[in-house]
Ligand binder design. Structure first.
Ligand code: ZN
Length: 177
């Protein structure tokens, strides 16, 4: 998948496996333009989130942009949020499995175990330190995107191969709910 500005790296591309480096020049024109482009891109491709390494920028930055769609009718609506240099402060012990997909892993869906809620901090695009608590779907998106900054994709966390499905089968499954 690609547009003028970005191509999404696909599973197997070695750059998806890198540990991304901290963003140090948040206020620079280059970085602010990159953020604007990425915000535009994630809305164009209807993503719930996207991490900079997915478009071949090895930076600790991602966007969360949850909103309901056909695949995730119960996803909460939120303003797209730019998350820079994120860290998880603490996690709930409770682990939940739910379905995930990824723009970098086309045609595959899988049940992925994640902490049900997390306390996290990050830097905003205006340079402010933010602390936030996420639970459920948003905690899941945050953990999924943070994994990209550490060279992980969601299939790395699947516990059982039987928890993986082809997109087509998965769409049939959720349409029967
Ligand atoms: Zn992903």
């Amino acid at each position: 998948m690609s547009t003028e500005k970005f191509t999404i790296l696909q599973l197997g591309h070695p750059h998806l496996r890198l540990t991304a480096r901290n963003v140090e020049n948040i206020q620079s024109d280059n970085m602010q333009n990159f953020i604007d482009d990425l915000l535009h891109f994630v809305s164009e491709v209807n993503g719930m989130g996207i991490a900079a390494p997915q478009v071949d920028h090895s930076l600790r930055l991602f966007i969360m942009s949850s909103r309901p769609n056909i695949r995730y009718p119960h996803a909460p609506s939120m303003q797209p949020t730019v998350i820079i240099n994120p860290e998880i402060i603490s996690v709930a012990k409770k682990i939940e499995k739910d379905w995930e997909g990824c723009l970098s892993v086309p045609s595959i869906r899988a049940l992925v175990p994640r902490h049900q809620s997390i306390r996290a901090c990050y830097t905003s695009r205006t340079g402010e330190h933010v602390e936030a608590t996420y639970s459920g779907f948003l905690a899941r998106v945050f953990q999924h995107e943070l994994d990209h900054l550490n060279g992980l994709v969601f299939t790395d966390r699947v516990e059982d191969n039987h928890d993986m499905m082809a997109e087509q089968e998965w769409l049939e499954l959720i349409s029967q709910r």
